[in-house]
Ligand binder design. Structure first.
Ligand SMILES: N[C@@H](CCC(=O)N[C@@H](CS)C(=O)NCC(=O)O)C(=O)O
Length: 281
């Protein structure tokens, strides 16, 4: 644990505080000068441990229980292209943040400028990709691997999707990217995307409101950021929207996009638009 953190915990204990605050500047020193967004301690973890509902966006004051400071998960996520101090537009990074939020796991998210990758980041992940988390002193990359690891280490509340439903909607993101990039309206990419969305809509009609039923699960947290990118980018670049007769799908995205976890971890629509610009020109 970084010395500054340790000192703060000792200070907090000595002063009988159950919580303490770390300023943005202190956090920068702790975190190799990488901007950070928050240490979340809320929902499930807060309920279980009696902690306060905390968290926030980059630049806010951070606070957490001194007693559990060692449990904070370090996570590296994409910074906004325009401003490396703002959370960026990576659906895989958001998936991991959503998992941490929904499980109430305290985390410290460092924003990585992918246009100017720092040496410490390339040491953490030589492949140069986010998201990455630190687990038992080792860096672990890839959102599939990370979310499986978090499920194993923090089984409550469960986000496990039943195997039958685990790959529902998995072709939506590649179909969206193909349609977004397409310059030929007759290449079938729009139809292919529509048929993937229709399949999800039909699944939700029968099994919803979430993919696995009443409870949000891992598959939803993977799909939510991708559906957000789809909506924002296709509206902007093609004036295209998800058909309104996909009623169950519309209700599903609305429910997901309004979850507290999503609102806390989403990137701005402008950042999503900027992020896709190089793929459409
Ligand atoms: N399969 C990986 C994909 C991760 C990925 O492609 N991340 C992008 C950002 S969204 C990245 O880091 N790209 C490297 C770059 O832009 O240089 C996962 O699920 O984590």
């Amino acid at each position: 644990m970084p010395v500054v953190f340790r000192a703060l915990i000792i200070y907090a204990s000595a002063h009988g505080k159950s919580t303490f605050r770390v300023s943005t500047s202190t956090r920068r020193r702790i975190n190799n000068n990488a901007p950070t967004i928050s240490i979340a301690r809320h929902s499930a973890a807060a309920r279980a441990g009696g902690g306060r509902v905390l968290g926030g966006r980059f630049g806010t004051i951070v606070s957490m229980d001194a007693a559990t400071a060692t449990d904070v998960v370090e996570v590296l996520v994409k910074a906004a292209i325009e401003d490396p101090n703002r959370l960026g537009d990576c659906p895989f990074s958001q998936r991991v943040l959503l998992t941490l939020e929904e499980k109430g796991i305290p985390y410290d998210a460092k924003l990585v400028d992918l246009n100017n990758k720092p040496a410490w980041f390339l040491e953490a992940n030589p492949e140069g990709k986010v998201p990455v988390i630190k687990d038992d002193g080792k860096w672990v990359a890839d959102s599939d691997v990370i979310t499986a690891l978090l499920e194993e280490k923090y089984p409550e509340p469960t986000l496990v999707t039943s195997p039958d439903n685990a790959s529902i909607g998995s072709k939506i993101f590649p179909s969206f990217v193909k349609f977004l990039k397409s310059k030929d309206p007759s290449d079938g990419s729009e139809q292919a995307l529509l048929s993937e969305l229709k399949a999800l809509d039909e699944h939700l009609q029968k099994n919803g409101p979430y993919v696995d039923g009443d409870r949000v699960s891992a598959v939803d947290l993977s799909l939510a950021p991708k559906l957000y990118h789809l909506e924002v980018a296709l509206q902007h670049y093609k004036g295209w929207t998800v058909p309104s007769d996909f009623v169950a799908l519309q209700a599903y995205t609305k429910a997901l996009f309004n979850r507290e976890s999503f609102l806390k971890t989403k990137s701005s629509a402008d950042d999503v638009i900027r992020g896709w610009a190089k793929h459409v020109t």
